[in-house]
Design a protein around this ligand. Structure first.
Ligand SMILES: [Fe+2]
Ligand SMILES: [Fe+2]
Length: 276
């Protein structure tokens, strides 16, 4: 059995924290040594909350895998997100969670690969907003700015960081090419098909911010590997499921005081909520 969580956000209120604790208690009781549990990013805004969040799941008896989310690399101005990204790998390792972005794994004959993903503005809509506004991650005329503007600092453009992620994931998928079934976990969204459609229904400020949710380049890359059966993302806190060729793309939907558990049993995907 595969269990997937995302957006546990252990520092986003008492209700959310209780939901995480309820989810962890349930997984400790239903999990078996053959099961896999994935943390698909956004555990907490600080090292301390990531550590506390992971500690809740210490009694899960199966294999645990972890992928970063953007909140897991947020830092104060003047600090580097690369440093926190490296520290997250250590936090995962200390908690006996395999850092999937460092190395893919094969468990029970199934391959697992992961990438935080990122965005290159390929999700942007034609809404009359200049390219520079996306680079600046702010649209003052609509009074909105994306949180990574303040807290994510890579020292390179979003496009360059996206490319770095793609190259690394491509290597991992190549290493798994002979494995018959592979599951991929991307915190950000791998295909724009998972956003709200029709796009005209989405208010302009949100259509601007949607450019920061992911990149279609991930689905394009994954599409070259027909052994990938499932791609699961977090980040948008919204349920979704689409099929592109042989691959199912599914999105998790943790809420303010709920945390979703996605389960894949064979080819059957199901969801349930832990409530705080
Ligand atoms: Fe999130
Ligand atoms: Fe996120």
């Amino acid at each position: 059995m595969l269990y997937v969580t995302a957006d546990l956000h252990f520092d986003h209120g008492a209700g959310g924290r209780r939901a995480v604790e309820a989810l962890a208690a349930e997984l400790a009781s239903i999990g078996t040594p053959d099961d896999v549990l994935v943390f698909n990013g956004d555990l907490g805004n600080s090292d301390a909350t990531v550590r506390a969040c992971l500690a809740c799941f210490r009694d899960f008896p199966g294999t645990r895998l972890g992928v970063a989310g953007n909140h897991d690399i947020w830092v104060d101005p003047g600090e580097s997100s690369w440093d926190r990204y490296r520290r997250l790998t250590d936090l995962f390792t200390d908690a006996r969670v395999h850092p999937l972005e460092e190395e893919p794994v094969v468990i029970g004959g199934v391959g697992y690969a992961g990438s935080m993903g990122w965005y290159d503005y390929s999700f942007r809509d034609d809404i009359g907003v200049p390219y520079e506004a996306y680079v600046e991650k702010a649209l003052p005329s609509e009074g909105v700015a994306w949180g990574d503007l303040r807290y994510a600092h890579w020292g390179m453009s979003d496009e360059a960081f996206t490319e770095w992620q793609l190259v690394r994931l491509e290597g991992h998928l190549g290493a798994l090419a002979s494995v018959p079934e592979v599951r991929v976990f991307t915190h950000h969204v791998a295909t724009k098909r998972l956003l709200v459609h029709p796009r005209a229904m989405v208010p302009k400020p949100w259509r601007f911010l949607n450019a920061f949710l992911g990149s279609d380049q991930f689905a394009t890359l994954i599409g070259r590997f027909p052994n990938v059966t499932d791609v699961i993302n977090g980040h948008i806190h919204r349920n979704g499921e689409v099929r592109l060729g042989p691959t199912r793309y599914a999105s998790l939907a943790s809420g303010k005081s709920t945390r979703q558990l996605l389960t894949i049993d064979g080819r059957t995907l199901s969801r349930r909520e832990a409530i705080g």
